[in-house]
Write a protein that binds this ligand. Sequence first.
Ligand SMILES: Nc1ncnc2c1ncn2[C@@H]1O[C@H](COP(=O)(O)OP(=O)(O)OP(=O)(O)O)[C@@H](O)[C@H]1O
Ligand SMILES: [Mg+2]
Length: 268
Amino acid sequence: MSGLELENISMRFDLPNGSYVQALQDVSLKLEPGQLLSVLGPSGCGKSTLLNIVAGFLAPTGGRISLNGQAVRGPDAERGVVFQKGALFEWMNVRDNVSFGPRMAGQGAAQYGPKVDHLIDTVGLADFREKAIYELSGGMQQRVALARCLANDPDVILMDEPLGALDALTREKMQAMVLNLWKETGKTVILITHSVEEALLLGERLIVMAPRPGRIYREYQLPFADQGVGRDLREIKKLPDFAARREEILSMIWNMEEEIMGSQGAAA
Ligand SMILES: Nc1ncnc2c1ncn2[C@@H]1O[C@H](COP(=O)(O)OP(=O)(O)OP(=O)(O)O)[C@@H](O)[C@H]1O
Ligand SMILES: [Mg+2]
């Protein structure tokens, strides 16, 4: 059995004061190999918790999770993570950051060298191989983070707001790069974002989560990621279908928040 499967995943955090937070409740999801899933939802709805469970950093308090038929029991190189920022080795240069995984896996320079150099070229940093991380802009650092993740050749790439700290123009360029890398490498990707536009542009599938308890509220299948590969994403954004979907999802999120706030108001 191939793909990533989550069955009734729940996560409850017990707090020191005796109360608890139900961060996730009965989240079920099946991702085929090579699919890109975007995840949207208000702050606190459990997006990072979900990603951390798939990464193996957190063990769920309920449910089952497997990758290619094998139960997920902890972190593994088959599941790579790209964080919003700050997870690089600041004192190492670009090449040493990107080659970190293969070196830790015991590969020699002759083995990993060509692959690492190719990845650095692919993310557009050929002139920066020897630069230290602190010498790079935020956008360049996220390119390094992506290349470092890909160097481990994971089956699944997990991204938590990877472009969230970038300026608008850099973010647009990086969106195109993520899309093209996804098609080229055939990786399964889960992308958390706060941007409806980004979720629509990059996700073949999109889930919108709701909070308290964290759960999947709506799911969509989308055509734009396939249409956008190798194209200027601004052209995609101008399509009438794109604008219509954006409005539909924005008003759905608006209504969802009204409904949840309303029910909390009634309970208070
Ligand atoms: N280690 C923890 N201990 C206790 N509560 C936690 C812990 N981690 C997360 N939570 C709670 O679980 C809920 C979900 O948190 P999570 O970080 O997954 O949300 P998120 O959707 O990623 O939010 P954001 O969009 O702000 O990043 C929140 O109410 C949060 O306070
Ligand atoms: Mg989060």
